[in-house]
Write a protein that binds this ligand. Structure first.
Ligand code: TYD
Ligand code: MG
Length: 452
């Protein structure tokens, strides 16, 4: 945007939104490099109090909104967003490029019942969308597509044609003619989102914004985008893998506990009815470096296989590579193994992988990560039909985890015979189908595994 004489210039971090008076190479708030960009604040008139000020209202005099949720027509998605989309709400669908955001948006557009949907496809031409729709075998009679990029035109179309659902694919490719800055920048993303938010609220629309994620895992554009919208959905998975997980990171109108699991097929995303065996490889028995845990994904217990490989490093700085678990968490677990159990891995390259492309956020999976590393290090397979559940603390203690009974139930359901759990777990049910082995520290785990 060109600065007019009275306009002020500030510098904003495009990752976290922190503001600076002058340009800096590294954002001191979030630590990102080269993320600070110039932004012009247009001069504002001094404002006095407007004539019609609404006084605050007593909460007991207010009627609850008669908001009816609009089902997407896809049960697995409805569950994640808490029953459906609310009229007048904006939802951000975020994810890495190529993960399936446009696909899921088109499928929603198709299955949502009896609604006029406008799909603003700034990334693909209507012809490309048509090919995609045919591939997805969609019956798209109430779906209209446009390749309009200019926000003012989009708003004009929405105001004149009255769609009920508006999909913007993507928020990083549309732009407002008010500013000279490039699409995808802090200013454009925020201004476009704000305008769309206002029109959505004013007209009771359902708006879906599609947003890409940067390499670092943040939604490109300022964090304010996440704050502005009502719901943030994240579609994740491994590009080399067919499974996709839909998570809700923020939901003003419901829970964020549920996840949806889908399989990407030739004709789009299909809900996975029974995900029990999805994240366990069909491997030959008795391979070393593989362990199984029960991770709570929202309120759903999932059996997940973790694989580790430790190999003597040929470099002075050994490699650490983690796929599916937080890198810093892995480093912490390795430090605990070194300091508390005397297992020095500093000359080993270590690779950890979660089968099926799942990204684990549940600390209860620590025990399985440690077990897999130990198993690879000693080149000794872990006992079969055994699950490992527990969080590892900094002094090497195994900390209790939530939903321990639910997790054990799931292991029993899938025929597991043994489960390692934290020693201070309070189990509600006494079980005969499964042997429960309580461990209080990493050292005790090592001792018990060596007796196997
Ligand atoms: P897409 O929805 O274009 O991803 P995004 O909008 O997040 O960038 O989907 C990308 C990938 O999905 C693409 O590589 C092709 C694949 N795909 C299928 O496997 N099946 C399908 O039915 C469709 C539409 C896409
Ligand atoms: Mg796309």
């Amino acid at each position: 945007m060109k600065a007019k004489s009275k306009d002020k210039t500030i510098f904003v971090c495009s990752e976290c939104g922190a503001k600076y008076h002058k340009w800096v190479g590294k954002c001191s708030e979030c630590g990102a490099w080269n993320s600070v960009v110039e932004e012009v604040i247009p001069s504002v008139k001094s404002l006095s109090v407007s004539k019609s000020v609404t006084p605050p209202l007593k909460i007991d005099h207010l009627e609850p909104p008669r908001s009816i949720k609009v089902s997407t027509g896809i049960e697995e998605i409805d569950r994640v967003i808490g029953g459906g989309f609310l009229k007048g709400s904006v939802t951000l669908i975020s994810g890495n490029p190529g993960i399936g955001k446009s696909t899921i948006a088109l499928q929603i557009a198709n299955s949502i019942h009896n609604k006029k949907v406008f799909y603003f496809s700034a990334e693909e031409s209507p012809e490309q969308l048509k090919i995609r729709a045919e591939r997805l075998k969609l019956s798209t009679s109430s779906l209209y597509v446009s390749e309009e990029l200019l926000l003012e035109n989009i708003v004009h179309i929405v105001e004149n044609q009255s769609p009920e659902i508006v999909i913007i694919d993507s928020i990083q490719t549309i732009y407002s003619g008010q500013f000279d800055s490039l699409p995808g920048g802090v200013l454009q993303v925020r201004e476009c989102a704000l305008k769309l938010l206002n029109i959505t609220k004013a007209r009771g629309l359902i708006t879906l914004l599609i947003g890409h994620i940067t390499k670092e895992g943040a939604i490109a554009g300022p964090k304010v985008l996440e704050h502005l919208v009502d719901t943030v959905l994240l579609l994740e998975g491994d590009q080399n893998n067919f499974f996709r997980i839909l998570r809700c990171l923020k939901n003003r109108f419901g829970t964020t506990k549920e996840i949806g699991i889908f399989e990407m097929r030739e004709d789009g995303l299909h809900p996975v009815k029974d995900p029990s065996y999805l994240f366990i490889s069909k491997k030959k028995k008795h391979a070393s470096g593989s362990s199984i845990t029960v991770s709570m994904e929202g309120i759903r217990p999932l059996l997940v296989e973790i694989q580790a490989l430790t190999a003597k490093s040929i470099y002075s700085t050994p490699q650490r590579n983690s796929n599916g678990i937080d890198y810093r968490r892995l480093t912490m677990l390795l430090a605990v193994l070194e300091k508390r159990a005397g297992i020095s891995l500093s000359t080993f390259d270590i690779f950890v992988n979660v089968v099926g492309g799942l990204k684990l956020h549940d600390p209860a999976t620590d025990l399985a990560v440690i077990s897999a590393i130990l198993s690879s290090y000693h080149n000794k397979p872990l006992p079969s039909e055994t699950a490992f559940i527990g969080e590892v603390g900094l002094v090497g203690e195994i900390r209790p985890v939530r939903y321990i009974d639910t997790r054990i139930n799931e292991a029993v359901k899938l025929g597991f015979k043994k489960v390692y759990v934290p020693s201070i777990s309070e189990l509600k049910t006494i079980r005969s189908e499964i042997r429960i082995i309580k461990v209080e520290s990493v050292n005790q785990l090592i001792e018990k595994l060596s007796q196997q």
